[in-house]
Ligand binder design. Sequence first.
Ligand code: ZN
Length: 98
Amino acid sequence: MADSQCDDKKCPVHGPLSLRGAKLTGRVISAKAKKTAIVEIDYTRYIYKYERYLRKRSRIPAYNPDCISAKEGDTVNIGETRRLSKTKSFAVTGIVKQ
Ligand SMILES: [Zn+2]
């Protein structure tokens, strides 16, 4: 879909949706549900007791508008927004690498 034709109310680029809060980068592991991308984030947390990093991983469902339509395997930026549905409170803001 061309940028000028996007009239999606929940689109973070063209719509009135405001982004605030966390901005994250992750990999799309599933784009099966309509307008939804499951984004996996890898991060590390330092554990003082052992003086080592703990590798952690989380999966965040994000709104995936038609004008971006990220596919499985894409690296994407996501931004926190208002609650868009029961599970989604993030929206895909752009594709970093396809
Ligand atoms: Zn759009």
